[in-house]
Design a protein around this ligand. Sequence first.
Ligand SMILES: *Cc1c(COP(=O)(O)O)cnc(C)c1O
Length: 450
Amino acid sequence: MSYLASNGGIYLPEQVPALDRSKLKDLSTLPYWELCYQLLSEFIEEDYLNHSDFISKNFEDFDDPKEVIHVTKLQGGLKIAELYHGPTLAFKDIALSVVGSLVDSLLEKKKKKAIVLVATSGDTGSAAIHCVRKMVNADIIVLYPKGRCTQVQELQMSTVQSPNVHVFAAEGTSDDLDEITMAVTSDTAFAEEHGLMIFNSANIGRILAQVPMYFYTYYRLCSIDSMEPLEVIVPTGGCSSITAGTIAAKMGLPIKIVPCTNNNDVVTRCIQNADFSQGSHVHHTYASAMDIQSPYNMERIFYMFCDGDGDLVQDMMESFGSHGKSVIPSHVYASMKKVIPESYSANDEEILKTMKRCWDENSYAICPHTATGVSFHYAHSPTIQRVVLATASLVKFPDVSRACGIPMLSNPRVDALPQVSPQVPIMKEGDDWEALLRQKIIEITKQRSK
Ligand SMILES: *Cc1c(COP(=O)(O)O)cnc(C)c1O
């Protein structure tokens, strides 16, 4: 239930099950929730999967619970899989809505309670709040960097009124916040005592719950009878999505994955040059949810291409951790390239240009993250079927919308938000944030035992 393996590595399913042709065919006509249930049951004991949650609960807050992902076809062979029709208008809803009920029933069975900790600069916080809000056996504490999220994101986090949701605004960066949540969760005795959990992009449940996105999108566009290949262009930050895509490919789905990054291009250099190395610092870009220089999920991807040589991957990650770089052995690189043949990085200028072009040609608005993927499409004509994953709605990023001259769009979910943030407790500069966090955790546990 925690996310760290005891040897310091991160969890992966022991074996990625390969699905045969007839199974792939059987799955192709299922509605999203059933497809999701069936695929997860390949990894998780059915005892822990509550079928009725998939039918009526997990996706109830989506625009259309039956059509969780919408596929749109635009000019010039551009196809977009819209993953942002959940309650917080970003693709993290897709996985977290499933993880919430999964963890809740696990806690119920074990008669345990948990406290979910999230440090966030953007989409994870609101999506995690919306998922934990519905949980019976968990509380959530979210720390967000004051003034560094968009107003919509801030409102999405601060306006949820629920006794198990606790939000703090801190006068620091998300890296500072990461550090204190790490410090608190790595105190194992304390973490154990209070049932601390992390729902960040390293959470294995979140990754598995993204695998169905790839299957569903494939089935909307391609014929499984001929095993038609599909190129999936994926805006990438912490790499949870491309890890899920790699798992889908290993299961037998005929897809190629093209990760796209912003100026934080660790993954792009890794795929293009076998150079897995950090840049000097995190660049702040329009695609802020992808402002990451430590894509630790790459460990899982390397593992899936190393023929089970866990020691090799451990060495690579240790070198990345301590020197900020690591060389990918040629056999690992070669097999990785078969599934992830290329990658692309778009800077802020290109992001704006692409958003504008897509708007002008199609009257269709894409968010800055999605624009990294569409930039790849504009730079390279497709040779096989191609789809770009759209990871958020532009309405969450009005400033970027303004910067590139796309008219401000409205959305009922945003319109429904209160216009002013309620009072959120602030962690001030100079306060001992770690002590404040520990105090809140202890308070929650105490409250429960009353
Ligand atoms: C989190 C996020 C990403 C990056 O996702 P990863 O799977 O962690 O690489 C991209 N776009 C948006 C809008 C996000 O919220």
